[in-house]
Design a protein. Structure first.
Length: 171
């Protein structure tokens, strides 16, 4: 959902370093029906939707179509795109007074991941049928819904992020 390739550079480099070909689709400027049709018609099975510098709660901010969740694709939503999907599913997004930038340990099932976040917006809970996978200091960090993994930190900028991306692709 970033509106320039430059803003996606860490995500692109992370995916390419894992041996994957990256195809960029401009989700920020695209009509969301066109974006949905692009994903639907594509032979690509794994889709990663990025963050954005734009607040997801602004009336002019692009919102991802919830219809994406019904496609037979594996979807990863990071930061802004996670917020867009969860907000669309009725989960309230909250704003803090200042951005949180930090590297921290996240407990995910039986292991700890070293992850990095840079966020002003957050969720303190998710409503079923969204499943909470991990939280940190009372904030949702990972959730799942249908065929999607929703991440509120940046795996492309996290020490253990590439491992997480690879596990998601292989699962």
């Amino acid at each position: 959902m970033y509106n320039t390739v430059y803003k996606c550079r860490y995500l692109i480099k992370s995916l390419e370093s894992l041996g994957f070909k990256v195809v960029l689709v401009d989700g920020f400027h695209a009509n969301q029906k066109d974006l949905y049709n692009c994903v639907k018609r594509s032979s690509i099975l794994h889709w990663v939707f990025s963050g954005s510098d734009t607040p997801v709660t602004e009336p002019t901010s692009p919102q991802l179509s919830l219809d994406l969740l019904d496609l037979p694709k594996k979807l990863m939503f990071i930061c802004y795109s996670m917020e867009s999907i969860l907000q669309g599913l009725g989960n309230p997004i909250k704003k803090r007074h200042e951005n949180r930038r930090e590297l921290f340990n996240l407990q995910l099932f039986s292991r700890k991941l070293k992850v990095r976040r840079n966020h002003r917006w957050y969720l303190s809970s998710v409503k079923p049928p969204v499943k909470l996978l991990a939280s940190y200091n009372g904030e949702v960090m990972m959730a799942s819904y249908k065929n999607s993994l929703l991440i509120q930190f940046h795996p492309e900028k996290s020490p253990d992020g590439k491992m997480l991306i690879m596990e998601w692709i292989k699962s």
